[in-house]
Design a protein around this ligand. Structure first.
Ligand code: NAD
Length: 313
């Protein structure tokens, strides 16, 4: 496939010639920019969008069709998909569109999203289901449909779209935030299942001024948070040059930074003797002390070191 070509400043230009990409929710907002930029750099793009409102109501073919027209007018290759990501059948048809039109699938950018603000106790069940259905199940269904196709030729790049609202919390976004953080677990497991087959999956935590974020961002920040400033990190993660697998990255306003789960050194009680709630209470300050915290790589790995140090293993 495409080798990076040297650009005038000596850096390698990332190209997607010969690659086929799906961008879900690409009719507007950040996804539209991904689709335009991937096509500009040589990718054949499936522009998927249901064409509804921010809350996910209604449907229109116009959103995806307009982006396809824009790509073609600029000399690129694209095809529209109007299916919903939120059903296994819809996700299957989105992947089939890539294969039927362009013969393969290399890149999947899971970007489609909806949002309906409400405190959880007041949120209609239908709205809760719709948000979990698009963000978590839609991402899962699209990955599930795409992975065998990528596995067929031993290459793939998948980018998921999480949110700070799940990682740190945001009032009014319980269902949305839960679904957005659920997909981090999805990524971690897929990375272990398919990484050795050349399929790498990463997640971004973006912030950008779009119709979805209207009224939620600090007004003085809005002009710095252009979707165009999120796209470069996503294009890198979608490229051959990216060897990161299972990474999570905060991306906003030209800032790109890795995010990790860290574990405090904590307290190791002797596991061969009884441990009481009172013992935990007495040492809770130490349990919570993050000085010396390190990346969490699983309970067994963390315990092995401590138990060896204690001489009980
Ligand atoms: P947006 O509303 O402009 O774009 C979302 C797109 O997804 C829309 O075009 C919509 O029609 C499409 N969509 C919704 N449901 C769909 C479905 N079932 N199938 C296919 N397409 C569907 O919003 P945006 O800000 O560009 O959001 C893009 C992604 O980034 C979303 O996943 C969102 O949750 C996430 N995100 C955005 C921000 C932000 O600051 N804008 C912050 C965190 C996460």
């Amino acid at each position: 496939m495409s080798d990076p070509a040297p650009s005038r400043d000596g850096a390698m230009t990332l190209r997607f010639d010969g690659r086929v990409a799906i961008v879900t929710g690409a009719g507007t907002g950040i996804g539209r920019i991904y689709a335009l930029q991937l096509a500009e750099r040589g990718a054949k793009v499936v522009v998927n969008d249901l064409g509804g409102s921010v809350a996910g109501q209604g449907r229109s073919r116009q959103a995806a069709d307009a982006v396809v027209d824009e790509i073609r007018a600029a000399g690129g290759e694209a095809v529209a998909s109007h299916d919903s990501v939120a059903t296994p059948e819809g996700a299957g048809r989105i992947v089939a569109t890539a294969v039927e039109h362009f013969g393969r699938l290399d890149v999947l950018v899971n970007n489609a999203g909806n949002l309906k603000m409400a405190k959880l106790g007041e949120a209609p069940v239908g709205d809760v289901d719709a948000q979990v259905g698009v963000h978590l199940m839609g991402t899962l269904y699209c990955c599930r449909a795409a992975l065998p196709e990528m596995q067929r030729h031993g290459y793939g790049r998948i980018v998921l779209t999480s949110s700070g609202s799940g990682l740190v919390g945001f009032a009014g976004q319980a269902a949305y935030g839960a679904a957005k953080t659920g997909m981090v677990g999805l990524m971690n497991c897929i990375s272990r299942e398919y990484g050795e087959q050349g399929i790498f999956i990463n997640t971004i935590v973006p912030t950008a001024t779009t119709r979805m974020s209207q009224g939620l961002l600090w007004p003085q920040m809005e002009k710095f948070l252009r979707p165009e400033l999120v796209a470069p990190a996503v294009l890198f993660l979608a490229s051959e040059r990216c060897t990161s697998n299972s990474g999570m990255f905060a991306v906003a306003g030209g800032h790109v930074a890795k995010l990790e789960v860290h574990k405090a050194p904590g307290v190791q009680f002797d596991p061969t003797k009884p441990v009481t709630p009172e013992m935990v209470a007495a040492r809770f300050d130490t349990v919570c002390d993050m000085a010396g915290a390190a990346e969490f790589r699983g309970t067994q790995a963390a315990m092995e070191k401590m138990l060896t140090q204690m001489g009980v293993m």
